[in-house]
Each structure stands twice: as structure tokens, then as C-alpha cells.
Write a protein that binds this ligand. Structure first.
Ligand code: EPU
Length: 338
């Protein structure tokens, strides 16, 4: 099996933030055999492996990647009907929003709240992407992976994936050896709409179709997110902090309107976008190179000429300001690649 491996490929062109240096080696893989060959090549040359999907949730350093970048372009879809669920197995290189649209078109409930999230299917379990009250982990039955250590394919169950808020096994050191090749989503046949999220409440007079919910989500998102095909962005740049109830109570004394959502482990998730906007006045602020989006302060945008260093120092400044004002430790949601 021979695959095409290129050298000195600019990664800025393969990421939606549009920054970052070059990959020493770059291989786009289109099927499972090509992936095996790409990994074997990296091992032989003693190169580190970095997997890139749609590049919509990463910040690549200006120095680039001194190893091999594998771009996962494996495509393929299979639908299967069981008694109580519709199963969809999608290969990692499929555009996630295409399958969201496809399921809404055929009237299957499940993915519609995740409409217009940029990126590929392979990224969905890694990030446990979520929006408008639905996390993809709720819908994932299993994930097929390639283990770069044993060089074998295997199947991980939902529990194996250790899903958390924007978190999974694949982000932990012990999960780094896996490359996601396909994801099986299970959509329960007795499912209906999930409309609890503030922005979706009271929007429909009658029970909507999956397609109507998709259209509503797209409308809501268009006001809050820049078009990532035109503006350099990676969506929410930071995670929403999960804080102790005692800290939330202290913050409420100063900011009585600060929203808070209880988590299953008795903590409170607070919207960082609200803090950046209402506490720090940072919505739409920044430099001529990098700033927060005027429609949503949690979204950072590359205003055209930013380097990874510019974005990193702007983000670090925000983290420091939040810490100073609220004592909250903020984590990046975007993955750093160096
Ligand atoms: N808010 C403001 N000002 C802002 C931004 C937000 O006051 O500039 C307030 C909003 O009014 C709302 C609250 O903060 O009361 C939360 O804002 P929003 O509903 O826009 O959602 P978010 O918490 O900022 C999260 C996810 C998004 C997801 C949306 C919708 C994270 C890090 N972000 O954003 O996911 O699309 O909810 O469900 O969890 C992503 O992860 O990249 C992402 C885009």
C-alpha cells in the first residue's frame, strides 16, 4: 500500500482559526488500509502522530508540527434498523453537519440540536460535542478506533469512551494512542424533540419535526457565531467553568444575575460568555488581530493577521482577567497542537 506523504504543508489552511505553521509530514488517508500505512510510516521514521479532522477546534502553534499530521478523510455511511433504534455508522472523515442534515431530512430524532457545528464525525466523540441541551455522548453507541501502539482496529463501547463535558478518553494520555475511524450513533425510535434549552423554549406552538428544530437551531446559531467559512474561529474558545456551590453563592452577591446550572455532581456550571460580557465588558473587544466576537464573547476570532502567539496571549489575558475578577480557573476548550 503506498500513500501520498507530502512535506512542509501549511496547517493554517487546514484549520478554521487559519493560523499555525507547517507539518513536517502530512498524509491524507481515505480508507483503513491507508491509515495503517500512514501510521506504519510515522513509526518507521520515528515521527509523532497528530490527527486532524475538520480542524475546527484546534490552535496549531506558529512553529507547526515536527512530526506527521494525518488528515482523516475516511468516508462512508451505513444505516441499520433495530426494533427500538435507528443505528447510523459514519466514518470519521464525513462532515458532521451533513449527517445531521440527513437524519433531519429522513425524520429521525437525535442530532437536530447539533445543527451547524463545524467539523468531522471523528471529532464528535473526542470533544463530546454538544449544543442546545444535547451532548453527542448521549447518542453514541460505539466508536471504532485504530490503536497506534498495537496497530490493530477495535471497537470501544460508550462506557469505554469515558465521556464528560467536552471531554473523553481520547483527550486523556491513555487515550491518545487511538485514532477514531468511525462512530455508531443510536437514535431511539421513541425519541422526540429536546427543547429545554433557553433559546429553544417557547419557540414552537405544536410539536415540531426534526427538520423544524434544525432550522430553529441554525437561526439561533447564525446570530451567535461567525460564519467559519469566512471568519477565522474555532467556536467557543473556552469551556464553561464548573464551580463549587459556595463560590457561586459568593459571586451571586456581586452579580445577582449570573446564570448557573446545577451539574449531576452538585456543582454549578456557569456561562463564561456571560462573565466575559457582563462582568468584564469584553464582548466584541480585542486588538486589530484577535478579539471576541460581537455576537458571543466566548467565541474568539482571528481578525485576519493573527498568529497563534497573538491568539494565545489574548486568551491567556482573558484567563487572567477572569481569575482576578471571579477567582475562577478557566480552561481552553480548543485543543492546542504543537
Ligand atoms: N452570554 C452573554 N454574553 C455573551 C455570551 C453569552 O450574556 O457574550 C450569556 C447568554 O445570554 C446565555 C449564557 O451566557 O445566558 C450562555 O450562552 P449561550 O447560550 O450562547 O451558550 P454558551 O454557554 O456560551 C455553549 C457551548 C456551545 C454551544 C452553546 C449552545 C461550551 C463551551 N459552549 O455556549 O458549544 O453551541 O452552548 O448550546 O460549552 C463549542 O463548544 O465550541 C460550542 C460552540
Amino acid at each position: 500500500m503506498s500513500i501520498s506523504i507530502t512535506q512542509a504543508v501549511s496547517l493554517a489552511e487546514h484549520t478554521t482559526l487559519k493560523v499555525g505553521g507547517e507539518a513536517l509530514r502530512f498524509a491524507a488517508v481515505h480508507d483503513e488500509d491507508e491509515l495503517v500505512a500512514a501510521v506504519a510510516h510515522a513509526k518507521k521514521e520515528k515521527l509523532s502522530i497528530t490527527v486532524l479532522g475538520g480542524g475546527s477546534n484546534v490552535l496549531v502553534s506558529d512553529a507547526g508540527v515536527s512530526g506527521m499530521v494525518i488528515q482523516n478523510r475516511i468516508i462512508g455511511l451505513a444505516l441499520e434498523d433495530t426494533n427500538d433504534a435507528t443505528l447510523l455508522t459514519a466514518s470519521a472523515g464525513e462532515v458532521f453537519d451533513d449527517i445531521v442534515a440527513e437524519m433531519a431530512d429522513i425524520g429521525v430524532w437525535g442530532l437536530e440540536n447539533l445543527s451547524h457545528i463545524p467539523g468531522s464525525v471523528g471529532a464528535t466523540p473526542v470533544q463530546n460535542v454538544g449544543a442546545y441541551g444535547v451532548d453527542v455522548a448521549d447518542l453514541i453507541q460505539s466508536v471504532r478506533v485504530y490503536d497506534t501502539e498495537t496497530q490493530e482496529y477495535s471497537e470501544l463501547s460508550n462506557a469505554d469512551c469515558q465521556f464528560g463535558y467536552r471531554d473523553s478518553l481520547f483527550k486523556k494520555p491513555e487515550g491518545k494512542k487511538y485514532i477514531v475511524v468511525s462512530v455508531t450513533y443510536a437514535f431511539a425510535k421513541d425519541a422526540g424533540p429536546t427543547l429545554d434549552y433557553r433559546d429553544l423554549q417557547n419557540r414552537f406552538e405544536n410539536t415540531p419535526t426534526p427538520h423544524e428544530v434544525r432550522d430553529a437551531v441554525i437561526e439561533i446559531r447564525s446570530a451567535k457565531f461567525p460564519n467559519w467559512k469566512e471568519v477565522g474561529t474555532a467556536g467557543s474558545f473556552f469551556k464553561n467553568p464548573i464551580i463549587e456551590q459556595s463560590r457561586y453563592a459568593i459571586l451571586l452577591e456581586t452579580y445577582p444575575e449570573l446564570p448557573g446550572f446545577p451539574t449531576t455532581d452538585q456543582k454549578i456550571k456557569v456561562p463564561l460568555g456571560w462573565i466575559l460580557d457582563k462582568v468584564l465588558g469584553l464582548k466584541g473587544e480585542g486588538t486589530e488581530k484577535v478579539g471576541t466576537y460581537q455576537g458571543q464573547a466566548l467565541v474568539l476570532i482571528n481578525r485576519g493577521q493573527a498568529t497563534a502567539e497573538d491568539i494565545t496571549s489574548f486568551a491567556d489575558e482573558i484567563v487572567a482577567k477572569v481569575k482576578e475578577a471571579t477567582e475562577i480557573d478557566v480552561e481552553w476548550e480548543v485543543t492546542k497542537i504543537k
